[in-house]
Design a protein around this ligand. Structure first.
Ligand SMILES: [Zn+2]
Length: 299
């Protein structure tokens, strides 16, 4: 039996990841480049083209390209209808048109958290479920809602933007224009910010903060406890608002889950709610795997 092969690409604030995968879920190639997001749209597109070319060279029999990107995407047209400056000048770009024209292959584009959930539903933590909410704790905070096996994208493509639901009224300013958004408290960047504020040390990532928690560094314990507390509130709110079968937590912060997951679940249990909450299984591959599934469904 011959499998259909496609590319799955995930454009994040830090890196662009790509895979060649077949319709049976076998990953055949992987590649990664820096996004260099601050250098602006054309520069990011140049990096994107390079990674796609690199993967296409490895296999001449690619049938399509699926792309997940930060920002809100009109999946009918492939236009990025909203993006923060995490990807400079990204808003307004029709990524599908640009890439179809460039590579002469069918292209589908969706929000990065939506494709992460599609990936987890296909071959990860959400396999076999129908109704799932996902929260991704990475450079920013993303999210996605799946109802009856389909991504619910919303009227303006912003469904699942849990990162910009307000958690702390009049709290930290967010790059979306509001104050106190979940993203400002639960992203990996936020964790680093609060850790640096508490210790006067420099942290390169949320994982480094969690390592310090594991080593019982005094000032960090309360930072991580507060982080987990806030995460529990958000998960309870999602549960009460959506009541999905399961809530999957992904993103870079989940890579250190063995350090904080049990503290988190015991904190969450205090809410009295019986919530099926699971760590994502596909790690930083979820987005590219889901993007590939998106184009596989379309061709
Ligand atoms: Zn915001």
């Amino acid at each position: 039996m011959k499998y259909v092969k496609v590319l799955g690409i995930d454009i994040g604030g830090t890196s662009i990841k790509g895979i060649v995968i077949d319709d049976n879920g076998n990953i055949l190639q992987t590649a990664k480049v820096d996004t260099e997001a601050t250098l602006g749209r054309e520069h990011i597109i140049e990096n994107l083209k390079n990674i796609i070319e690199e993967l296409l060279i490895t296999d001449p029999d690619i049938k399509g390209i699926g792309i997940g990107t930060a920002g809100r995407v009109n999946t009918n047209t492939g236009e990025v209808v909203y993006a923060t400056e995490n990807l400079k000048d990204w808003q307004g770009l029709n990524l599908r048109k640009r890439m179809e024209h460039q590579f002469n292959l069918p292209v589908m584009v969706d929000n990065d958290a939506n494709v992460a959930l599609i990936g987890e539903h296909w071959i990860g933590a959400g396999k076999g479920l129908r109704d799932i909410t996902m929260l991704t704790l990475g450079t920013g905070v993303g999210g996605a809602n799946m109802l009856n096996g389909n991504i619910f994208r919303g009227e303006n493509w912003s469904s699942g933007e849990w990162g910009h639901v307000v958690l702390i009224p009049n709290g930290c300013e967010c790059n979306c224009g509001q104050s106190g958004c979940i993203e400002q408290y639960l992203s990996g960047n936020a964790l680093v910010y609060f850790a640096e504020e508490a210790t006067n040390r420099t942290y390169s990532s949320g994982i480094m903060v969690m390592e310090d928690y594991k080593n019982k560094r005094k000032e960090i314990i309360s930072v991580v406890e507060e982080y987990v507390n806030r995460l529990s509130i958000v998960i309870s709110n999602i549960y009460n608002g959506i009541n999905p079968q399961s809530i999957i937590i992904g993103g870079g912060v989940i890579e250190s889950k063995e350090i904080w997951w049990s503290l988190f679940t015991s904190t969450l249990m205090k809410s009295g709610l019986k919530i099926d909450v699971r760590p994502a299984l596909l790690g930083n591959m979820a987005g590219s795997i889901g993007a590939a599934k998106l184009i596989l469904e379309a061709i």
